[in-house]
Design a protein around this ligand. Structure first.
Ligand SMILES: Cc1cc2nc3c(=O)[nH]c(=O)nc-3n(C[C@H](O)[C@H](O)[C@H](O)COP(=O)(O)OP(=O)(O)OC[C@H]3O[C@@H](n4cnc5c(N)ncnc54)[C@H](O)[C@@H]3O)c2cc1C
Length: 405
């Protein structure tokens, strides 16, 4: 067992840290206030090999590992604790990886080189108005008509549709559709890379609007309605009626990187808290001298450290699985990803709430940016890429068995 990073990983961490300090940190508040656009940062992220980190060099990618992805997400979140930039990074790591794994060669050759250059977007369109947790019960329908798939339905929360529509090439979403009766559940789910814009041309039957979010304003989440939206048969991922497993693979790795991003944001929060409690004097002493504060600090520090180790372990297991290690199964990767997200996000939310209390009344005003980080982390606490209860369900299935259902 080795708890240290390799020399290559240390160099990579330092280079992302420097990138974050230089290009992200100066803009994170403007980004969160809508005064600076993520579109201005995407080319820089691409130049640094941070778009599609795990993509093969065949398509111009950096061939990074999931452990490197976790390292990068943590560092980017220290520079943008409201999480807009880390969310962009993690979506463009997890979902293009799935496209690389399951799309036809012609599709990969067309889209992935554009993605790594920051000219295209690949996200996930899963959640529907009747409940995002039950992916096997999704209703968006795909019908094969005259040599094309036509997709109709509603996807209620889809991060990045507006960005995909603004990028020069455009982009698509790993879209979960039904290709058989509802009763067939996951056995009738097919996954497509549904392009909302391809080669500069917006697809037909697309209706979208941005939600007005409480936090992480630097990256929009949209409502997306599809009305007979055509999908070229080449853009199917894997096989018809076999898409459920494909989507789950994407969620597994996305959750691990979310864990890393939440840890990075929480570490920034704790660092702000540390500086503050050492210099804030109340009743004649720095508030760090009160054990109700210093013990809580110690506890949060330990929880973040433990959650971070779980994140690294989940990333390490994903790397083992995808490099063909027979000792690691996909359910090990799924359970570890769920544990990483559950522990990291909950430790991060508790850190945000506690640090806000340490800052007292001033934490409630925009001049103190603590709440921006907490609101970003909350997106993962309430839902994005699976709720905290669903993380518990995945873990329980793995450690107790199917009886939990
Ligand atoms: C900022 C943001 C960005 C997002 N981006 C995307 C995106 O890009 N693509 C996308 O597809 N989705 C996206 N989502 C949606 C997200 O994935 C869903 O919110 C999530 O999957 C939960 O779905 P739901 O909100 O419909 O909640 P529901 O499924 O309706 O669940 C409601 C509550 O019931 C609980 N619950 C449900 N089933 C069970 C059960 N079996 N046992 C115990 N408790 C249960 C849940 O934990 C939750 O607390 C985003 C969400 C947010 C907040």
């Amino acid at each position: 067992m080795d708890f240290g990073f390799s020399r290559e990983e240390v160099l990579f961490r330092d280079s992302v840290r420097e990138f974050g300090e230089r290009y992200v940190k100066p803009h994170w508040i403007e980004l969160d206030e809508g005064k600076y656009s993520l579109l201005d940062l995407i080319p820089r992220l691409a130049e640094h090999g941070l778009v599609g980190l795990t993509i093969s060099s065949r398509y111009g990618g950096s061939e990074g590992s999931f452990l490197m992805a976790a390292i990068a997400a943590e560092e980017l979140a220290k520079a943008d604790p409201s999480l807009a930039v880390p969310v962009y990074f993690l979506l463009e790591t997890a979902w293009p990886f799935i496209v690389q794994r399951y799309a036809k060669d012609s599709v990969k050759e067309e889209v992935l080189p554009r993605l790594v250059k920051g000219e295209a977007w690949i996200g996930i369109a899963s959640t529907e108005p009747q409940g995002g947790s039950d992916v096997a019960g999704e209703r968006t329908e795909a019908k094969f008509v005259n040599g094309k798939w036509l997709v109709t339905g509603e996807k209620s929360m889809v991060t990045g549709v507006s960005i995909a529509l603004k990028l020069p090439y455009g982009g698509g979403f790993v879209t979960i559709t039904r290709t058989g009766p509802l009763e067939a559940r996951h056995r009738a789910i097919t996954t497509f890379l549904l392009m909302v814009k391809r080669n500069g041309v917006v697809n037909e039957g697309i209706e979208t609007r941005e939600w007005d979010e409480w936090g992480r304003h630097g990256i929009p989440t949209n409502y997306l309605k599809l009305n007979n939206t055509p999908v070229d048969p080449d853009f199917i991922l894997g096989e018809v009626n076999n898409g459920f497993k494909i989507a789950m693979e994407g969620f597994n790795v996305a959750r691990t990187i979310i864990g890393a991003a939440s840890i990075g944001s929480a570490m920034w929060l704790l660092e702000q808290g540390r500086e503050w409690i050492k210099q804030r004097v109340v009743f004649g002493k720095p508030i760090a001298s009160y054990q109700s504060i210093s013990f809580k600090y110690a506890e949060l520090h330990a929880r973040l450290e433990a959650a971070k180790l779980m994140v690294y372990k989940a990333a390490w297991l994903a790397d083992k699985f995808y490099s063909g290690d027979p000792a690691v199964s996909i359910s090990d990767v799924a359970a570890a990803g769920a544990m990483a997200k559950m522990l990291a996000v909950e430790a991060a939310v508790d850190t945000g709430l506690e640090v806000m209390k340490w800052f007292g009344g001033m934490s409630y005003f925009r001049e103190t940016p603590i709440a921006r980080a907490l609101l970003g982390i909350l997106s993962y606490y309430v839902g994005a890429e699976g709720t905290q209860n669903i993380m518990r369900l995945i873990i329980a299935r793995q450690v107790i068995g199917r009886e939990v259902e």
